[in-house]
Design a protein around this ligand. Structure first.
Ligand SMILES: [Zn+2]
Length: 406
C-alpha cells in the first residue's frame, strides 16, 4: 500500500520543534507570536516548494492548496500550530505536518486526484495568549462574534486585532472555508489521554466530541475565630464544600464508566489559617458522549440540599457544549483504511475540544487520533513515537484519497 515517508515526516517534526523551543523538550509558541510566525513562514515555504497555492482569510487561517479539477470543492486537512505555554511538539502541529506529508506524498508520487487538496492551519486554537480557545474556527462558523474576538487582549495589553494586523497573514474574508468551497475536513490529532497507548491501539477512530457541562458551586458560611468558636457553632463553608465534593464523587461514580468529571478550581475566603472560611466556590466539569448521561449528572447536582453543614449552597451553570458527531462515511473510511494497513483501531470520542468540532457544522468532518505517551499533553513531556505518527499520516492520506473517489 501507498505510504508516507517516515524520514520526511521526522524531518518536519524536528524542524517545527525549533520554533519556540524551550530547551526542555517542549515549545512555547503562543498564537501570532514571533515563534508562531516563524513556524508559519516555514510552513508556507514548504507548501510553495510543492507548488501549492496559499491563501489566508481575515482571521489569518492559512489554506495551502494543490489544484484539482476545475470547479470541484477541496478536501481539507490540518490543525493548529500554536501551543500553550511550555507545551509539546505534537498537539496541533502533528495534524498540520501529517496533512503536509500526505500532500507531499500525493505531489511527489504523482497520485491522481479530482478534488483540490488543502492543508489548513487554524489561528489561535489554544486561546493561551488570546481567549477563547478555537477562536478562528469559531468566528468563521459563526460561534463567536468577530469584533469581540478582535478586542481580546493578551497579558501585555496587545489586542488580537493588533497581533493579526502585524502578522502579515491577515487576508480576505472571501477566503474563509465554506461548504461551497470545501467538501471535507479530516483533522489528525494526538489523543491527549492514555487510552490508546495503554490498550496498545495504533489509531483512534474518532466518532465525535464529548458533550460537557461546567457548573460553579458556592457555599456561604460564617467567618469566625479559629481559636474561640466551638465546633458545634461553626458554619464552615469549606467543610460543606468538601462534603459536597464527596457526595458528587460517590454518586457520579455510579454512572457510566466513560463519564469523566473534575473539580479543577476551588477558592476559599478569606483563606487565612486562623479564620473559619465563610465563602467557598468550586467547579465541576463533567464530560460524556451520551446526552442522557449528562442529564443524569444534572439530576445528581439537583439533589444537593440547600443547606449543607449549616451553610447555604447554590450552583449555576458556567457553560456547556453539546456532543458533536462526525460524518459516518468518513469515520468508516478511517477505520477501513487503518485495518487495511494492519493497524489496530478503537472507536472513541474526544474529551478535549478541537477546531474540527466547529467546522463539522458547515463542512463534513472527521478526526484521527494517534497515541500520546502516558497520555501527557499540554506539557513538555508530550510525545508520540514517529512510528505512530507515520501510521496516522498513512491513514490520513488514504482517507483523503477515499473522500476524493466517493
Ligand atoms: Zn490541539
Amino acid at each position: 500500500m501507498l505510504t508516507c515517508s517516515k524520514e520526511r515526516l521526522e524531518d518536519k517534526i524536528k524542524t517545527f520543534s525549533k520554533f519556540g523551543d524551550t530547551g526542555k523538550g517542549g515549545i512555547t509558541r503562543l498564537s501570532l507570536s514571533k515563534e508562531a510566525l516563524e513556524a508559519r513562514e516555514e510552513f508556507c515555504k514548504r507548501c510553495r516548494t510543492l507548488g501549492m497555492e496559499i491563501k489566508t482569510d481575515d482571521m489569518a487561517n492559512i489554506y495551502a492548496t494543490i489544484p484539482g479539477e476545475e470547479g470541484l470543492p477541496a478536501i481539507m486537512s490540518g490543525s493548529h500550530m500554536d501551543s500553550v505555554k511550555q507545551g509539546g511538539n505534537y498537539d496541533g502541529i502533528l495534524g498540520v505536518l501529517t496533512a503536509l506529508e500526505a500532500a507531499e506524498t500525493i505531489v511527489t508520487e504523482k497520485i491522481k486526484h479530482k478534488h483540490p487538496i488543502t492543508v489548513v492551519v487554524w489561528t489561535n486554537e489554544e486561546g493561551a495568549r488570546f481567549e477563547p480557545a478555537m477562536m478562528s474556527s469559531g468566528v468563521i462558523t459563526g460561534k463567536f462574534d468577530k469584533d469581540i474576538m478582535l478586542a481580546s487582549k493578551d497579558i501585555e495589553g496587545i489586542t488580537f486585532k493588533e497581533a493579526l494586523e502585524a502578522s502579515g497573514y491577515m487576508g480576505e474574508i472571501e477566503n474563509r472555508a465554506t461548504s461551497e468551497k470545501y467538501k471535507a475536513l479530516v483533522e489528525l490529532h494526538v489523543e491527549q489521554g492514555p487510552v490508546l497507548e495503554d490498550e496498545k491501539i495504533d489509531i483512534g477512530v474518532v466518532e465525535g466530541v464529548c458533550g460537557m457541562i461546567n457548573y460553579e458551586f458556592t457555599f456561604i458560611g460564617q467567618a469566625d475565630h479559629a481559636g474561640t468558636t466551638p465546633m458545634k457553632y461553626r458554619k464552615d463553608a469549606l467543610y460543606a464544600a468538601v462534603k459536597t465534593i464527596q457526595y458528587l464523587h460517590d454518586e457520579l461514580d455510579k454512572l457510566d464508566s466513560k463519564l469523566v468529571y473534575t473539580t479543577g478550581k476551588i477558592s476559599a475566603h478569606p483563606n487565612i489559617h486562623t479564620v473559619i472560611p465563610d465563602c467557598v466556590k468550586f467547579t465541576l466539569d463533567a464530560r460524556h458522549q451520551d446526552p442522557e448521561v449528562i442529564s443524569q449528572v444534572l439530576d445528581i447536582i439537583n439533589e444537593i440540599p440547600k443547606v449543607v453543614e449549616k451553610c447555604e449552597t447554590s450552583y449555576e451553570k458556567a457553560w456547556s457544549r453539546n456532543t458533536v458527531r462526525f460524518n459516518p462515511d468518513f469515520i468508516d473510511y478511517v477505520e477501513k483504511n487503518a485495518k487495511e494497513y494492519g493497524y489496530s483501531t478503537k472507536k472513541m470520542y474526544s474529551g478535549p475540544g478541537h477546531d474540527a468540532q466547529f467546522i463539522t457544522e458547515i463542512i463534513p468532518t472527521t478526526m484521527i487520533f494517534v497515541p500520546s505517551e502516558k497520555g501527557h499533553s499540554h506539557c513538555e513531556k508530550e510525545f508520540t513515537p514517529i512510528e505512530n505518527c507515520l501510521k496516522g499520516a498513512n491513514v490520513l492520506l488514504q482517507t483523503i484519497l477515499d473522500i476524493d473517489k466517493n
